[in-house]
Design a protein around this ligand. Structure first.
Ligand code: SF4
Length: 343
């Protein structure tokens, strides 16, 4: 149960800052593309597998749920989704190999927290993936599936600063936060060479453990592969990166002030005519690429028939029936949108 009714989240802020039109389509019109997003489904299911794993040491229930959601033999089911359970299972196998049994006492997982911004009648909310104790210290963790960002991107990512603010306001004195980056891919098996033996390509996307397993599967002698095995042993794992986040009070303050100005901007836009929604995503490098609203946005900007596009490509909040697990997660974000002008 959230403490305050008027809430905004990191996703809400991200969308508002990226593009006014994107924010408008997503939060004011409540539109969602009909196409299932592979990235969203994959991320949501990897989180579900990890949550079960930290709670029970296994991910069998999440895997069974996923296989039931996208069963084999059903005509028309997307090929990627049919193999998603195998991918998630493989990721968890490698993840547990990388980190082993962590000596942790779970405090709580998937925790929804809210906190009032001092001096304002609105609050922030966020779902924290994991709180745990290690060596008597309270720690917080956020799982990220996708590309591993550069260190400077990570240091300027507001998410964990917001989570730290939320935790502190809820009496959780977190000493260490970390991002657990998970690349949603499996190691590549080395190629069998025509002349016999396995390829020793140095830039192969593999780990020491996966290469060793491939040698054993192919029935070769590991002693013939000590060179490539030594390289892989000394290389950072390309699939998992765990980074502790250094917190800076200056950045926290700057982020809270930035939130204030974003809320002010949205509040202003709520009072403006719909025509004022600017295609700001065009100015943000790459924001239009992959934007789920691109077909509608182009139609609107060129005065086309938006009804036809909405009918064929989007669902409205009030019309949505059966949703995927990923879409349900996003729906929670939509539900916290409030029209600030009505306050
Ligand atoms: S296509 Fe670009 S301008 Fe249009 S809503 Fe998406 S991000 Fe904004």
């Amino acid at each position: 149960m959230l403490k305050y009714p008027l809430t905004i989240s990191n996703s809400w802020l991200k969308s508002a800052r990226t593009c006014e039109r994107m924010f408008h389509y997503k939060y004011r019109e409540g539109l969602r593309t009909q196409k299932i997003s592979h990235a969203l489904e994959r991320g949501t299911w990897v989180h579900a597998f990890l949550d079960e794993y930290v709670q029970t040491g296994d991910w069998g229930n999440a895997e069974a749920d996923l296989r039931k959601t996208y069963p084999e033999g059903v005509e028309g089911t997307d090929d990627y989704l049919l193999t998603l359970a195998d991918l998630c299972d493989g990721i968890l196998n490698h993840y547990t190999e990388e980190y082993g049994e962590e000596d942790m006492e779970i405090v709580d997982s998937e925790v929804m927290l809210s906190a009032r911004i001092p001096g304002y009648d609105w609050s922030l909310t966020g779902k924290i993936d994991l709180f745990f104790r290690q060596g008597g210290i309270l720690r917080g963790r956020d799982y990220k599936t996708g590309r591993i960002p550069s260190p400077d991107q990570r240091l300027m990512d507001p998410q964990l600063y917001i989570y730290d603010f939320l935790a502190a306001d809820n009496g959780l004195d977190v000493e260490i936060w970390d991002y657990d980056y998970i690349v949603p891919a499996l190691p590549t098996n080395p190629q069998e060479l025509k002349a016999g033996g396995l390829s020793k390509r140095k830039n192969i996307k593999a780990t020491h453990a996966s290469y060793m397993a491939a040698i054993k599967d192919a029935g070769y002698d590991p002693a013939d592969y000590t060179d490539i095995l030594a390289i892989l042993k000394n290389k950072p794992n390309p699939f998992f990166v765990r980074e502790t986040v250094h917190r800076s009070p200056v950045v926290t303050q700057a982020i809270l002030s930035g939130i204030e100005s974003t809320v002010g901007q949205i509040s202003y836009l709520d009072n403006a005519t719909p025509g004022i929604w600017a295609p700001t995503g065009m100015h943000v490098y790459g924001a239009c690429n992959g934007c789920e609203y691109k077909p509608l946005c182009i139609t609107d900007l060129h005065d086309g028939d938006r009804g036809v596009i909405i009918e064929s490509s989007y669902t409205r909040k009030e019309d949505r029936g059966k949703e995927t697990r990923g879409q349900k997660e996003t729906q929670k974000e939509e539900e916290i949108y409030v029209n600030l002008a009505k306050r």
